[in-house]
Design a binder for this molecule. Structure first.
Ligand code: HEC
Ligand code: HEC
Length: 284
């Protein structure tokens, strides 16, 4: 564990009592006895001055929560993946198509996709989240209604698509045309907001491994998203989580799907390059 900046600890201790040390554990995660997850990896080059190692949030969970993620029969998030499988095969919209009409089997067509999102979209000339791509497929490809950003249908489809990349290392591109968006995301990550005057980095870079209130702070990685949260028994998207974290600093938050959260999603994903896609992961 790295040395923790005292100023950040002081700021947190004032606003949130009960900060205590506890390192990430050394457990390993193998799903269904066959998918070996990389839950700790050397930090990507762009973080070389900041972190030695990137660590999945899985390590900060209790043993009981960790175990739920090791077997699909115990992972409550898999129910939503099954529902999304029905959506995948269901005809929807004026053009009489399902996702499968164009993409075929999700297992074959979507392998590796989650690991590289968000990514630059050449024809739209902007960074695309998976949600944006799915909504394009719904509206343009199917003549159907777009799904609500970060809504239940969207989250479960993202989970189904993510499952096809489980175990594969995150590998989002941050150079080339995506760079400006990445820079914006980085700026947002280090900007202090709210009455508590905290940035994402105050908690997830300077204080990961510590306990805050009753929670064990992780690096705030997104490789496990969408996550199944025991707290509300639902899938939560990355933007849904960002929203909650910003609100915790008592700041006005951006909307799911906003340019700011798209940029933040790319930047945060890039901080986890090298960690396995784990979705749907289980968190409290
Ligand atoms: C009419 C055909 C069509 C239908 C129906 C369709 N898609 Fe697509 N989809 C495409 C095309 C074409 C692309 C490639 C777009 C590109 O690369 O710019 C694509 C790309 C994608 C991608 C990104 C793949 C990648 O490698 O980046 C995802 C994810 C996706 N579709 C999900 C879905 C889902 C979920 C549905 C059903 C709700 C769906 N699609 C329905 C045509 C379709
Ligand atoms: C006041 C401290 C605090 C701040 C500031 C904060 N978070 Fe969090 N965040 C938490 C806590 C607590 C959790 C739940 C425990 C954990 O996984 O770290 C969490 C969880 C997360 C997770 C889920 C990680 C996982 O593996 O499930 C992500 C992603 C995340 N935060 C991103 C962000 C981003 C991006 C920002 C800045 C916009 C941010 N957080 C700001 C406290 C904070």
């Amino acid at each position: 564990m790295k040395f923790k900046a005292m100023t950040a600890i002081a700021a947190l201790a004032v606003s949130m009592p009960a900060l205590a040390f506890a390192d990430a554990d050394d457990d390993t995660l193998v799903v269904n006895g066959e998918i070996e997850m990389i839950t700790k990896a050397a930090a990507p080059a762009h973080l070389a001055d900041t972190l030695d190692e990137v660590i999945s949030g899985w390590h900060m969970r209790s043993d009981e929560t960790q175990i739920m993620q090791a077997d699909d029969f115990d992972n409550p998030g898999m129910i939503f993946v099954e529902q999304a499988m029905d959506d995948w095969n269901t005809v929807n919209g004026e053009k009489g198509k399902s996702c499968a009409s164009c993409h075929g089997d999700v297992e074959e067509s979507m392998t590796g996709v989650r690991a590289v999102y968000p990514k630059w979209n050449d024809s739209k000339e902007t960074v695309y989240t998976m949600e944006m791509q799915i909504n394009d497929c719904l509206t343009d490809g199917m003549g159907a209604e777009a799904w609500k950003k970060s809504g239940a249908k969207m989250a479960r489809m993202e989970a189904l698509i993510s499952v096809q990349s489980r175990g594969m290392p995150m590998n989002v591109a941050i150079d080339g045309p995506a760079e400006a968006t990445w820079e914006l995301g980085k700026e947002l990550y280090y900007t202090r907001t709210g009455q508590l005057d905290l940035s994402c980095a105050s908690c997830h870079e300077e204080n990961y491994g510590n306990h805050i209130r009753s929670d064990h702070l992780s690096q705030g990685q997104t490789n496990g998203f969408p996550v199944y949260r025991l707290k509300n028994a639902k899938l939560t998207t990355a933007h849904g989580r960002f929203k909650g974290c910003v609100r915790d600093t008592r700041a006005e938050t951006y909307k799911p799907g906003s340019d700011e959260f798209i940029a933040l999603e790319l930047y945060v994903a890039s901080r986890g390059n090298g960690l396995s896609v784990e979705a749907p992961s289980v968190r409290n």
